[in-house]
Design a protein around this ligand. Sequence first.
Ligand code: ASP
Length: 321
Amino acid sequence: MRCLYIRKDSMKDTYALVIHGGAGTITRKSMSSEKEAAYRTALNTALTAGEQLLKKGAKAIDAAEAAVRVMEDSDLFNAGKGAVFTHDGTHEMDASVMDGNGRRAGAVAGITSVKNPVCLARAVMEQSEHVFLIGKGAEEYARTLDLEHAAPEYFSTEFRKAQLMRIRDTGRTQLDHTEEDHKKYGTVGAVALDTSGNLAAATSTGGITNKRFGRVGDTAVIGSGTYAENGVCAVSSTGWGEYYLRAVAAYDIAALMKYGGRSLDEACAEVLNGHIAEMGGDGGFIAVDSLGCIAMPFNTEGMYRGYAKSTGEREIAVYRK
Ligand code: ASP
């Protein structure tokens, strides 16, 4: 079995950051060069925001939150500004963070007025005695904090409205990031390893278009959409949330490493192409382990993604290689 807990002195400057902006039917055919350039620029900005912090010795949780925040502020992704619409024409956003140092976590669901739901999730982790707040209560808690709020229109875009109009009366829900109606995943996430060896993960989403009845997916659920444990790994998921919830996907990766001795790559592949695919789900993960190895697997046509490491390696990618 591999020992994941040994951190050598030679690793003291090692950091790694991985981000995603959702997986789905993202093909060259369906993408204009302007649109692709806009996505690449947004991913690059998010990566830089997080990497700059890691370079300065900041904590993994700071870097993960900063990167997610940039993507929440971009209307290209289904999180914060640009979140998908519910059946009722509103936005209900979910987010969660986990600090692998002490396995502390914070999560929120059904958020309607907080500009950056990831910051509220972090406040729940650090400033409340709870892990998971939802709906009206979470909004009420947010008002006690020094967080930026936004009117409903801030989150809305014409593109998302058109997505809702196409399926509102069909009774179906829909994920993001494709022209194909049934396969759209647009959540954002970041995972980081800092120079002190801490791991952290953050994930944020508007959920799925046309959702009703207070539906919450995996993104808000610690262990499914987000998980981090020092000495093991940090994971952020994107995909059809119901499958990731049933698979307890992010924790399943950590458990395979911790109890099963799998490498990060092996564990991600087993969960994505085994456990989730067997149930009929698809999507992707980003993950980093305590040695700075990274994984960005997905079994859809594409996934907006990128990584940066202390070795100078850096990449932004969209399609399958
Ligand atoms: N996992 C998210 C959800 O089910 C959707 C996504 O990844 O885009 O809410």
